[in-house]
Structure formats: structure tokens, C-alpha cells
Design a protein around this ligand. Structure first.
Ligand code: PLP
Length: 394
């Protein structure tokens, strides 16, 4: 069997092709055009915020957020030690210092207990990352932000459409930053979005995004601005994806449920956690190989690769990287999880039988046998035939 299962792949249908074709043939190929406004308005509505500002990436959305709140040199911003590096880099871009703290063992998100202990007179903001689609504990974080007068920024790059106590990510903190990179739940190719309710901060971010050009005097700039805009072509792709987001989310959930069906009985691994009162977007199916060293984890990953199953290690702790290592950060949970975690394939068009195959390879590696589950052959629309609609009793 010569399988080759990628870890991620965008779902492109006729809708995406039609919108992008319309955008390109309209001649509005750059940073003006109807798709940009519609994408922003629809996204704001979807998240339940007043404003959404499209950006060239998730990283630039984070950078604009920090700039617009006036965070800069001498300030400290608390971030989780386990995240994609862009979270901490955005803090560095404004000249502030990223303070890396440990994560919660279950949610893998920043731990409010460690956030509070890391606060100093220089602390200005917290960036909460909704890891792999699981929202951070936003009530606890907001209580801390209120008490110490801090800005709470959501890095929602991995959690489009996820919910915390009934509310969508992007609406839970003072602002939210999303990414539409090719491997995210929905994509623009490259792109991002800043979600926010505060009109003045929104306007500052918009101004900075567009070269800080005076609205009343063309080519007059009152500060150093940026070109962090998205194009109409990207927005056309993004709008089509956004209109399909319920399907994209439902398929992610069904994929996770099928993995869970096969793997949840293995006590030596741990799958994505889902806390009460939240809806996980399951951006990535994750397994942690409990008790594994990083070296044993690498062997497991190589074995899957050899069987045609693409996979990724978890992120490495920020505090281990040369630019953030300060010799003082103590984050045992982030370190343990980082060494044991693996992301598995979970993309819209993947076949149920591929999930079954992957699980079979995993349980064989771990020396167990697979639970039997009837394979469902799916045709579009895929969301209507998922494992969750089957009887799982066995
Ligand atoms: C993907 C990602 C980003 C960066 O998004 P880009 O659009 O690639 O700049 C930031 N934070 C997290 C947690 C991410 O996963």
C-alpha cells in the first residue's frame, strides 16, 4: 500500500473559484474592491464584534493590535510558552519584552495562575493563544486584565469559529487576531484579521495598516506606517471560505470524533481536550505520547512518515529559542507537552478510511488492536455523512 496522506490541505470548491475569478476579472486585484469590505463585515458579524480589519497575515494583525494599544519599548507582554513563534515575535516588533509563562495541562492554553504571578509594574498586555482550536480560559484572564488594567489580546489564529461559553473567539478579549494561512481552518492563501469593538483603536490600526496616510491629505503621513493590507483576490477566497465555515467546522469535528472513537481507549496517549462550556474548532488533531521522550516521539513520527502519514511535532517552547531564552523561565508543562505532542492529518477532503488507516498504524505501533468501525464512503456534501451520525455502539 503506497499511501500518502498530507497533514493539511485547503478545501477549494466552485464557490472559491467563482469569487476569485470574479475578483481577478473585475480588475480590482489590489487592496481595493468589494470583496475586502464584504469579507471584513461578514467576519465581524460572525465573531460578534463591531469591527474587523483585514490584514496581510495573522502576525501583522497581532503587530497592529500591539501598536494600536500603544505598547512599546519598556513594556512587558505575557504570552504562553507553547505557541507558534509569531505570538512572541509580534511583541518583539514593537520593542516590548515577551514574558513566557506555562500552560494548562488540559487545554494547552496559557494558565491564568502563571499569568498573574508574572505580572510586574511593566506588564501592559496578555496574549492568550487558543491552542489547536481550544479557547483559553478567557473569564479568568479577563478578570486578571481588569484587576491589573491590562490589554487582553486573543491570538485566535488556530480557533476560527471556536466558542467559549457560547461566544465566538475574537469577541472574548479586548481584540482578536486571526490567520488565514494555507493550513488554517479557513484560508486566503496568506491573510489575517483583527477583530475589535473599540472604535478609536480600530481606526488607529486601520491608519497604521495603510501607510499611516492622512485621510484628508493624500501622500501626507503623520507617523511611520505599514503596508499590512490584504488584496481583493485574497478577500474573495476568504469570503467563500467564511460562507462555508459551518461545513469546515463540522468536518473537523467529525474527523476528530472518528480519531477519538479509535484511539480514546489507549491510555498511553492523550487526544485533544475539550473543556465544559467550550466548542473546540479542532484545527489540528493532536496526540500526546504520555511518558515519551522527544527522541521516542521522533521515532514514532518517522514510523508514521514511513507509512505515508504526514505529521508534525508540537511547537517548541519559546523560552528555548535563542531570542527568547533568558535562563529564568520555568515552564515544565510546556516542555513536557512540547516533547510528547504530534499533530495528525485532519483536512476537509480526507477520507474516513484514511483516518481508520492512520489509527490502525498508530495502534499497531503502540501494540494494541483496532476497534472495528464501519467505513463510511462519503460524497459531497461531506458534512452530512460523518461518524457522529452513526451508531458507535460496539
Ligand atoms: C498561524 C499562527 C500565527 C501566524 O499567522 P500567519 O498568518 O502565518 O502570520 C500566529 N499565531 C498562531 C498561534 C498561529 O498558529
Amino acid at each position: 500500500m503506497n499511501k500518502s496522506i498530507p497533514i493539511s490541505q485547503p478545501s477549494i470548491t466552485k464557490l472559491e473559484v467563482d469569487y476569485v475569478t470574479d475578483a481577478v476579472t473585475s480588475g480590482w486585484v489590489s487592496s481595493q474592491g468589494k470583496y475586502i469590505q464584504e469579507f471584513e463585515e461578514t467576519f465581524a458579524q460572525y465573531c460578534g464584534v463591531r469591527y474587523a480589519l483585514s490584514t496581510s497575515s495573522g502576525t501583522t494583525a497581532l503587530h497592529l493590535a500591539l501598536l494600536s494599544y500603544g505598547i512599546g519599548a519598556g513594556d512587558e507582554v505575557i504570552v504562553p510558552d507553547l505557541t507558534f513563534v509569531a505570538t512572541a515575535n509580534a511583541v518583539s516588533y514593537v520593542g516590548a519584552k515577551a514574558i513566557c509563562v506555562d500552560i494548562d495541562r488540559d487545554t494547552l492554553c496559557i494558565d491564568p495562575y502563571h499569568v498573574e504571578r508574572a505580572i510586574t509594574p511593566n506588564t501592559r498586555a496578555i496574549i492568550a493563544v487558543h491552542m489547536y482550536g481550544h479557547p483559553a480560559d478567557m473569564d479568568a484572564l479577563m478578570a486578571i486584565a481588569d484587576e491589573y488594567d491590562l490589554i487582553l489580546i486573543e491570538d485566535a489564529a488556530e480557533a476560527h469559529g471556536a466558542k467559549y461559553k457560547g461566544r465566538r473567539t475574537g469577541s472574548l478579549g479586548h481584540c482578536g487576531a486571526f490567520s488565514f494561512y494555507g493550513n488554517k481552518l479557513m484560508t486566503c492563501g496568506e491573510g489575517g484579521m483583527l477583530t475589535i469593538n473599540d472604535k478609536a483603536v480600530y481606526q488607529r490600526a486601520q491608519h497604521l495598516r495603510d501607510h499611516a496616510m492622512s485621510p484628508s491629505k493624500r501622500y501626507w503621513h503623520d507617523q511611520v506606517g505599514y503596508n499590512y493590507r490584504i488584496t481583493n483576490l485574497q478577500a474573495a477566497l476568504g469570503l467563500a471560505q467564511l460562507q462555508r465555515i459551518d461545513h469546515l467546522l463540522a468536518r473537523k469535528r467529525a474527523i476528530f470524533e472518528r480519531y477519538r472513537y479509535h484511539l480514546s481507549q489507549l491510555s498511553c496517549i492523550r487526544l485533544n481536550f475539550t473543556d465544559e462550556n467550550i466548542e473546540n474548532s479542532y484545527w489540528m488533531v493532536t496526540i500526546e505520547l504520555l511518558g515519551y521522550t522527544e527522541q521516542k516521539r521522533e521515532q514514532f513520527m518517522a514510523f508514521l512518515k514511513d507509512k505515508g502519514i504526514d505529521n508534525r511535532p508540537f511547537f517548541y517552547p519559546m523560552s528555548d529559542m535563542p531570542m527568547y531564552a533568558d535562563g529564568q523561565t520555568h515552564t515544565p508543562i510546556a516542555h513536557e507537552v512540547a516533547a510528547q505532542g504530534v499533530n495528525l492529518p485532519s483536512y476537509f477532503d480526507m477520507l474516513d478510511e484514511d483516518i481508520d488507516y492512520i489509527c490502525e498504524v498508530i495502534v499497531r505501533y503502540l501494540g494494541r488492536s483496532l476497534r472495528q468501525l464501519t467505513t463510511v464512503s462519503r460524497t459531497e456534501p461531506r458534512v452530512e455523512k460523518t461518524v457522529s451520525s452513526l451508531s458507535l455502539a460496539s
